[in-house]
Design a protein around this ligand. Sequence first.
Ligand code: SAM
Length: 352
Amino acid sequence: MRKLIDRLEQNHSLEKEEWIALISSESEKEYLFARARIASRKYYGNHVYARGLIEFTNYCRNNCYYCGIRHDNRNAARYRLSEEEILQCCENGYRIGFRTFVLQGGEDVYYTDERMVRLITKIKSLYPDCALTLSIGERPKESYKKFHDSGADRYLLRHETAVDPHYRMLHPEELTLRSRMDCLWNLKEAGFQVGCGFMAGSPGQTAECLAEDMLFITKFKPQMVGVGPFIPHHDTPFAGKTAGTLGQTLYMIGLLRLLKPDLLIPATTALGTICENGRELGILAGANVIMPNLSPKENRKKYELYDNKLCAGDEAAESFQHLKSRLDKIGYRFAEGRGDPAEGLGGMKCTT
Ligand code: SAM
């Protein structure tokens, strides 16, 4: 396995069968994490980027089988932040030091293109030194163009899986892998820095599925890849399914770091949910982004994608100081500024 890890580090690509072999065997994980940390340091030093997450609506028209805010979950307590509430989140975040805001939500029809454009324009005029990331699902190509033209910089849309039969196991028939992929390419064309990604251990996922994810990422060249463990939610069709593991999630983070050393890789809230120090372990496996929660406290519990989602501890932006000291303990610190990717800089951007 070491030979494959070395080859991945040198060539930044593997054949499908090699991916399957490497993903199936986690025998050299400490070696992988050590190489991943070296790769990450080359581009990002000991810096971790902070993004302030604003979960601004949990209304969703979709019915993804894994997701707690799916449309048919009648037990979800729905909320939608007003423009004023969202701006208040940005103000609080700016004061704490955040220079990237991430607006994430379900696919909420209330937030039409016009309302989104108004919101984007407002946030960018108030905080011109900040980057704005959207994560609001699938929209037509023209909408993505409008969002980018009005100032949004980045867009997160996990592809969820690159294998069609697996996509079918996770979603009802009106949602298609084809449409998801088209959206990702359209986002790129519109000029966004794009993040894709998948859950580790989602029901039906095999080593071959993960190999296809890696091949897709090789081809797509996203700026960010989000990987978090699948965690069941009690009010979904996947309530009784087994959760993804910490080990597999960390392993995939390590592989992603070697596949694309300048990638932005978040140590996700889901990772922090399945393990108390999951996010620190994520950083030590090669991740370099953390997204503390800027949403109003009373809404956080309601954005319940999976059971026991962290919502009152160090993932919250108010505990930023505590999070800083936790990072300090493992030898990392938050970077200042917007935290753009170190793409194409040949590893020279950060030498600290
Ligand atoms: N609606 C937008 C979209 O579809 O991209 C953004 C919100 S969606 C809830 C964000 C991500 O949460 C999904 O891409 C999915 O990977 C993740 N997610 C949803 N349910 C999950 C679960 N049960 N366990 C882990 N992650 C989950």
